[in-house]
Ligand binder design. Structure first.
Ligand SMILES: *Cc1c(COP(=O)(O)O)cnc(C)c1O
Length: 454
């Protein structure tokens, strides 16, 4: 047991040159804790028969602990999955202008809620509102924390304890705990389900409206699934007409809510916010970080009278958007206004990138690596939009004895690289790898390949 006396004391380690370095880098309290815990481990190990660690070992363990504690858990990763709006990987990457706008807004003070002309309190949501009304043709707009909050706020402010009509086929679960029926329940609205799972008719809407007092008619976009076969659903403007005939407003939850037409790129048409406004929707809500390609946000556009009701509701304060998101959102919307969304917004650049460009990039990867082959494949839009659609692409494919082990090692690379397995091959889609990440992507693949002894 006297061997334990060879272990240095906490004080000795703190006062060593190494200790001063740790304190400079990580602060005194964290350093002391790392030293204490490492010495405790060594003593406990010794008690159960392990040899005492060498001085170098001990120092290494303390440094590892400090490194581990200090490392950020939220990190940049390289998305080589080909899923463009990958919810688990942070949805839409933002444009350079959006990132700069968020940086500027947080660098110092801003006129977030300050009217510079009047020298008095202003409105924070004003900053994106003019852009939103111009782009969608709506009278008014409001930005909240995310689209789930937008739907909750709209239902709570307009239909608390009142009846809301919605088709059975639209009682969707988006994932991550967002279910339309649950959000309706949470808002205090009473759900009036109409139609059958696969078919709903205009007369179902008319009947429900005739039978009982209805406060709101809601449509929710079937973002992440499709109903095929024997199906029916009235056109949206017919639903709006039936509701308006009885003076009932219509809320349209678009989910993704594109401002550009996805059909331009060979995909199915994803509903656009300006179309819903055109068709007479009273309120339309959609996400900021799906097909809009901006920061997390819930965007509500529609009739002034209703938007004002939402703004005045106490819940609006609880779900308000922060200054960085508002700044980034305005910058993102400006790209649409200047007709430069396809070149400036990363997700639209990815969606619109021609197949030949993907082939050239995948081929460039294979040539640079001197292994792997290029095969045709499919990218998807993801983010709860266009569920049955894909975009033809080319993939770098690696034929490996243990592709899953390879992918696991890549996830532990710095930065982590996320690929996928297809037909037993490890595949990587250039469509979702930002071009400025090419070099670090290739370096990661090379490193892991070497480590695997190939
Ligand atoms: C994605 C989605 C939501 C939730 O939006 P978030 O911005 O993730 O909160 C709500 N409704 C529909 C139809 C959606 O697709």
């Amino acid at each position: 047991m006297s061997e334990l006396r060879n272990l240095p004391s906490v004080d000795k380690l703190i006062n060593s040159p190494q200790g001063s370095e740790w304190i400079a880098g990580h602060g005194r309290a964290l350093t002391v804790e790392a030293i204490r815990l490492t010495l405790d481990d060594a003593r406990a190990g010794h008690k159960s028969g392990s040899p005492l660690p060498s001085q170098a070992d001990l120092l290494g363990k303390i440094a590892d602990k400090l490194e581990f504690w200090a490392a950020p858990t939220l990190r940049q990763v390289i998305n080589a999955t080909g899923v463009i709006i990958h919810t688990n990987l942070g949805r839409a990457p933002m444009s350079a202008a959006a990132i700069e706008a968020a940086r500027q807004a947080s660098l110092g003070y801003s006129n977030l809620e300050y009217d510079l002309a009047q020298g008095q309190r202003g409105s924070r949501s004003l900053h994106a509102e003019t852009l939103l009304t111009r782009l969608t043709g709506a009278e008014a707009a409001l930005v909240v924390n995310n689209n789930a909050a937008a739907v909750l706020l709209a239902l709570t402010a307009l239909a608390h304890r009142r009846r809301v009509v919605i088709a059975r086929s639209q009682l969707v679960e988006i994932g991550g705990g967002f279910r339309v029926p649950d959000v309706m329940k949470q808002s205090g609205a009473k759900l009036v389900e109409i139609g059958a799972t696969n078919r709903v008719h205009l007369r179902d809407y008319q009947q429900a409206i005739a039978d009982q007092p209805i406060k709101l008619v809601m449509r929710a976009h079937r973002s992440n699934f499709a109903i095929v076969g024997f199906t029916a659903e009235p056109a949206f403007d017919e639903i709006v007409a039936a509701a308006h005939m009885a003076d009932i407003p219509v809320l349209d939850d678009l989910g993704s809510g594109a401002l550009l037409d996805t059909a331009r790129f060979g995909l199915a048409h994803e509903p656009m916010a300006q179309e819903s406004i055109d068709a007479g929707a009273d309120l339309v809500c959609f996400s900021g970080d799906k097909l809009l390609g901006g920061p997390q946000a819930g965007i509500i556009v529609g009739r002034s009278e209703l938007v004002v009701k939402l703004k005045k509701h106490p819940l609006a304060r609880a779900v308000r958007s922060d200054k960085m998101a508002l700044a980034a959102l305005s910058a993102t919307l400006s790209h649409y206004l200047r007709d430069e969304a396809l070149s400036e917004i990363p997700i639209w650049r990815m969606i619109s990138a021609p197949q030949a460009e993907m082939q050239a990039r995948a081929q460039g990867w294979a040539t640079s690596l001197e292994f792997g082959k290029v095969i045709p494949g499919q990218s998807t839009v993801g983010g709860g939009s266009l569920p049955r659609e894909s975009i033809p692409t080319f993939l770098l494919a690696l034929d490996l004895p243990h592709p899953d082990r390879f992918l696991k090692q890549l996830r532990q690379n710095d930065p982590p690289i996320i690929g996928r397995i297809q037909d037993g091959l490890a595949v990587f889609d250039p469509r979702t790898v930002l071009s400025e990440q090419d070099e670090i992507f290739l370096k990661g693949i090379r490193n892991i390949n070497k480590r695997e002894g190939r």
